[in-house]
Design a binder for this molecule. Sequence first.
Ligand SMILES: [Zn+2]
Length: 316
Amino acid sequence: MNCKYCGNPLDVFYKDMFDNRYGYPGSYTMWQCRNCDHLSLAADFTPAMIGDLYSNYYPRTHMSLEEWQPYKKAAGFMAWFKGLRSTAYNWVPENVRILDIGCGFGETLGYHQSRGCEVYGVEADENIKRVGDKFGFNVKVGLFDADDYQPNYFDYVTMDQVIEHVIDPLVSLKGIEKILKPGGTAILTTPNGKGWGIPVFGKKWAHWHIPYHLHIFSRKSMKKYAAEAGLVLEKSITITNSEWLHYQWLHMAVYPKQGEKSVFWTQSFAERTTSQRIIMKILAGFHRLKINYLITRLFDAFNAGDNIIYFLKKPL
Ligand SMILES: [Zn+2]
């Protein structure tokens, strides 16, 4: 097997990986390109399988329209200390035309609108329709399709923790290139394949998220994918929300067997054993000591954090 876009040979990175969050059956192999270090999961999913994966295994979050609040700007010392500028929306300026792909319940759209932006969103979860209707956002329920928009239309396009889920990232990037204005910017956040987490936590790294994550990028592979789509990787930085490290400890503390659900990720409090409850309480206490904040800030300072923000520019 060869790397899809750089043609170099792939090596097995990990064998026998499985869904250690929601218990989707099957075991999977993670491959790594010898040249660009791109990590890709060998999972030949059909659209029907993807439908089953997300409808029957991936948990649905409850949304209440009454409690809906737009996101706020992450600013100040505590926002820095917690790593809150890890999301793409924080990097979008005021008064621009923006599309957020995978906009969840539209909290980012509310944030951008309050800053004078013209906001568009696309989201597979149909709850977005109610939010869009109430607040007047331009939203589409479903998957991103560049043909839904005019070419050369947006100043910014954002994708927060989405690109690693798509079957073919090049199709998404080409679509983004098409709808961005010349000089426009795409901001993508995604787990970092070259961060400190993989060598330290190995197969138990929380961001493998098998088999939902199909692609884990390196800077080198993102640069290649972007170039193939006609975009230029202008900048990349790692900023990691410190909660992620807390989740990493919890993930490992109650690690499930293949085919079983994680009592941490599924929030099934009643199913937790006494010893699981105790260890999770201890970890919650540890998190209050802010050591997770210090560790994440340290690795981000070396640009080796677990979350990376990519800025891709469409040339003028
Ligand atoms: Zn490659």
